[in-house]
Design a protein around this ligand. Structure first.
Ligand code: DGT
Ligand code: CA
Ligand code: CA
Length: 573
């Protein structure tokens, strides 16, 4: 994953905050803040500068020492000084600084004068009016703190789906090991395959008398038991993840699954529909009076409401109930519909595996084609390919294709879209490829108009086929750049280009609602793993999840096509 200036600036700011908290030399603190500001103002990526052999200590506000730290971070992903300072700062105090408006000065005051060292302490003190009495705070600040404490409880603690999966897999197998346990299922946003999840909601059915919740709270990874009853418990795990567990009887399993899968808004609509039909719907079942009409399966509950089964990914109150009622639910794309991957990297640039290894892995997945899309020259940190090296790769792929009969390796490139919208390699070489994938990797801070224009100009190039990760975001790390997505989509459609849904779990870019928009505009989407190793080819499934959330069917997705049809789609000229 490339390092961005903003990320480095944030580390220096954080370091400055923590140093200030422990009363370090103010000049030292200021030096880090100045450096952060300077880095944020740079028009070039530090990684690129370093790659081009620039002397970073010549940059304003950055001396030899800081230049060394930047280099270390880019090369190792670590800032040892920050780790040291973090280790000696009480975690609670550094957490408090994450609340907007609470800098090191205020946190220090709160700690020294009111002995506040946790969110709970702070909330209690603010509620009882003690905070406003402190010098430099006041009633307004106190109210703001309470507001932000509430917001902080909900923000920034959502885990990426891939991380939640790791945590869930271990827990599920632990629960299944409990004698007497029958079914274990994760409901909630996890089952709806949202890109991030707030907590895990687990449903369990078991033989009468099985001590399910006792077994649950005894899990090794539990750091705190929030509640512990016979049929429901909530814990926090060491990873920070909250887990809600409910034990439900078999007759209610479907109704409970429906209820706890949500979304809340979908549930509310279902309940209203139930009432309209003279039923009552809750987590125990669908009732007419006291009589349970359905409850053991979700399908049965939907059926009694006059609806076909609605896939969890669609349950977001985005028209799915309406569509279901009219028999107009989309047929969603699935793993088996995918015939190939159109974005991956090899060792030639920043991938971990060889061309041959990537192809072998793709064959094992049963793919008909795999496009090799290494980076272009501008991305020097990734050893981007220039014309000569790309030509070598083309020859190598031609040779490889001669030996293969069950898969075709497509010649391609992830070419950088330059600042003015031109492409990083000449048309002469782009014309020799089977398809061209274009991407924005720098100059994220253009205005909406500039960025939109830049991307559309790139698509004007007749060899351009697919816009990679169109929004540019990194989940929990970097917001998308400013861009008029609808305009980009319309331009792509007019030119016969496509947008990628990048399936990397940290990207998932297009978003689900972007996918819905693409579908509305009749623009086809390519789902790509952007694999940097053979194992990463499996990221495809996260892309499929996201596409399903965006109502996409096999026909809406480019790489469900057979190769011959695919080639036609990529021939613009
Ligand atoms: P998350 O955890 O923030 O990613 O999102 P969810 O959807 O997993 O939400 P969560 O964990 O608060 O609750 C799981 C599901 O349980 C939710 O989607 C709907 C259902 N649920 C929970 N509390 C209520 C409630 O008060 N009313 C209704 N109708 N449904 C609820
Ligand atoms: Ca949840
Ligand atoms: Ca929950």
């Amino acid at each position: 994953m490339p390092v961005h200036n903003a990320e480095i600036a944030e580390l220096f700011n954080r370091l400055a905050d923590l140093l200030e908290l422990e009363d370090a030399n103010p000049f030292r603190v200021r030096a880090y803040r100045t450096a952060a500001r300077s880095i944020n103002g740079l028009s070039h990526n530090l990684v690129d500068l370093l790659g081009a052999g620039e002397d970073l200590s010549k940059l304003p506000g950055i001396g030899k020492d800081l230049a060394g730290k930047i280099r270390t971070f880019i090369e190792t992903g670590k800032l040892p000084l920050l780790e040291q300072v973090q280790a000696r700062t009480p975690a609670a105090l550094s957490d408090l600084m994450k609340i907007e408006g609470l800098g090191p000065k205020r946190v220090k005051t709160l700690h020294q004068q009111l002995h506040i060292s946790s969110f709970e302490d702070l909330q209690r003190a603010a509620r009882s009016g003690k905070v406003r009495a402190l010098a430099g705070f006041g009633a307004k600040t106190e109210a703001l703190i309470l507001e932000r404490l509430e917001a902080a409880r909900h923000a920034d603690i959502r885990s990426r789906l891939v991380d939640a999966e790791d945590i869930a897999a271990a827990l599920i197998s632990y629960l299944e090991d409990c004698p007497g346990v029958k079914q274990v299922c994760i409901a909630g946003s996890y089952r709806r395959r949202r890109e991030t999840v707030g907590d895990l909601d687990i449903l369990v059915t078991a033989k009468q008398g099985t001590p399910v919740t006792d077994h649950f709270v005894a899990y090794d990874e539990v750091s705190e038991v929030m509640s512990h009853g016979k049929t429901r418990s909530t814990v926090h795990l060491r990873s920070g993840m909250q887990v809600d567990l409910r034990v439900v009887p078999q007759v209610s399993y479907g109704a409970a699954l429906l209820y706890f899968t949500g979304s809340r808004a979908h549930n509310i609509s279902l309940r209203k529909l139930a009432i309209k039909k003279g039923f009552k719907l809750n987590e125990y079942g669908l009732f007419r009076g006291d009589k349970r009409m359905a409850g053991a399966t979700e399908t049965a509950v939907y059926a009694k409401l006059g609806l076909p089964y609605i896939e969890p990914e669609l349950r977001e109150q985005r028209g799915e109930i309406e569509a279901a009622r009219k028999g107009k639910l989309p047929k969603l794309v699935g793993r088996d519909d995918i015939r190939g991957d159109l974005h991956c990297h090899t060792r030639a640039t920043d991938g971990h595996d060889s061309l041959e290894a990537m192809v072998t892995a793709a064959r094992k997945l049963g793919y008909e084609y795999l496009a090799i899309t290494d980076h272009s020259r501008r991305l020097s940190v990734a050893h981007g390919l220039d014309r000569k090296r790309l030509l070598e790769q083309i020859r190598r792929i031609d040779k490889l294709n001669e030996q293969l009969n069950d898969i075709v390796v497509l010649k391609s490139i992830e070419v950088d879209i330059l600042e003015d919208g031109s492409l990083d390699l000449p048309d002469g070489i782009l014309g020799q490829l089977d398809l061209v994938v274009g991407a924005v990797h720098y100059m994220f801070n253009l205005t909406r108009k500039q960025q939109t224009g830049r991307i559309i100009r790139a698509m004007d190039n007749p060899y351009f086929n697919i816009l990679a990760h169109p929004g540019g975001r990194l989940l929990n790390k970097r917001p998308p750049y400013e861009v008029d997505m609808k305009k980009v989509m319309q331009a792509a459609r007019e030119r016969g280009c496509f947008l990628e849904l990048n399936a990397q779990p940290a990207r998932l870019d297009l978003t689900d609602t972007d996918c819905m928009l693409a579908r509305e505009l009749q623009l086809k989407v390519v789902i790509s793993s952007d694999a940097h190793s053979t194992a990463n080819l499996d990221y495809m499934r996260f892309g499929i999840n996201q596409a399903r959330r965006g109502w996409l069917g096999p026909a809406d997705v480019v790489n469900t096509r057979r190769l011959a049809e695919l080639r036609k789609l990529f021939r613009r000229h």
